[in-house]
Design a protein around this ligand. Structure first.
Ligand code: UDP
Length: 239
């Protein structure tokens, strides 16, 4: 175990040296954090649940021809992924107004947007991930114009695919965050990286609007594990 070479320790995941060139192991932790680590708690089993939920979603997106860094899940906690250079932007897609946008612009929660809204946030904890414009991304060379065009298109495609998938499972995809990277083996290739799980998506029950995502923890609405387990079971993922 101690032979694992940790390359990066994140809030919810650890990145470990992979078994072959240009691969890494992404290990899911049980830690939940919110409000830039101001709130932190460990939920035993959360890592394993998110590992399986994200595996399911990535495999679904692979069938939809979304380029991925995800290769496969290898055990309860770990995924084998392709090494990539992460673009330091959080790409947020919103279908319904809630969370930071409702607060920032004093908008009514729960309003459905006429079309999905794409937002960019600069990934820098010390600045609380500030919202930026597409021009900032280009001006500071975080990504090129053509990379952003590709990412916007992929983000909307992912939103369409996942909204459809979750709808079939009785869930509304309210909003979510994506990360993209350039493959180490070929920097011209943009891939979807990181994870897609209830840590990074807002999911509401289609009938009751019950929150089944990290807002349960953020807002202290009940058991996070029960909510994540419900998402897993709707997707048909066993223990
Ligand atoms: N999100 C995330 N990581 C972040 C910030 C946001 O995964 O560091 C996700 C969040 O779970 C939600 C969406 O992105 O699904 C939009 O989040 P929002 O901007 O409303 O921020 P929050 O209310 O989470 O601070």
């Amino acid at each position: 175990m101690s032979k694992d070479k940790i390359l990066y320790e994140g809030k919810a995941k650890t990145i470990i040296k992979g078994p072959t060139k240009h691969t890494l192991i992404q290990r899911f932790k049980d830690d939940a954090t919110a409000y830039n680590k101001k709130k932190h708690k460990i939920f035993k089993g959360k890592g394993a649940l998110n590992n399986k939920i994200s595996e399911y979603i990535m495999n679904y997106l692979r069938l939809e021809r979304v380029p991925l860094s995800f290769i496969k899940r290898v055990n309860e906690r770990d995924q084998l992924i392709k090494e990539c250079e992460i673009i330091p932007i959080e790409f947020v897609v919103r279908n319904i107004i809630t969370g930071s946008i409702a607060k920032k612009l004093d908008l009514k929660e729960g309003i459905k947007l006429k079309k999905p809204l794409l937002e960019y946030y600069y990934k820098e904890d010390s600045l609380d991930d500030p919202m930026i414009s597409r021009d900032h991304v280009e001006a500071f060379s975080w990504a090129s114009k053509s990379e952003i065009a590709k990412i916007d298109k992929l983000s909307l495609k992912i939103n369409n695919s996942l909204s459809r998938l979750f709808k079939k499972k009785g869930l509304i995809l309210v909003d979510f965050k994506l990360e993209f990277g350039r493959l180490k083996s070929d920097k011209t290739k943009i891939v979807l990286a990181d994870e897609i799980s209830p840590d990074s998506c807002r999911l509401w029950d289609i009938k009751t609007n019950q929150k089944l995502d990290k807002d349960v923890f953020r807002k202290g609405l009940g058991s996070l594990l029960t909510a994540y387990q419900e998402v897993a079971s709707r997707l048909g993922i066993g223990h």
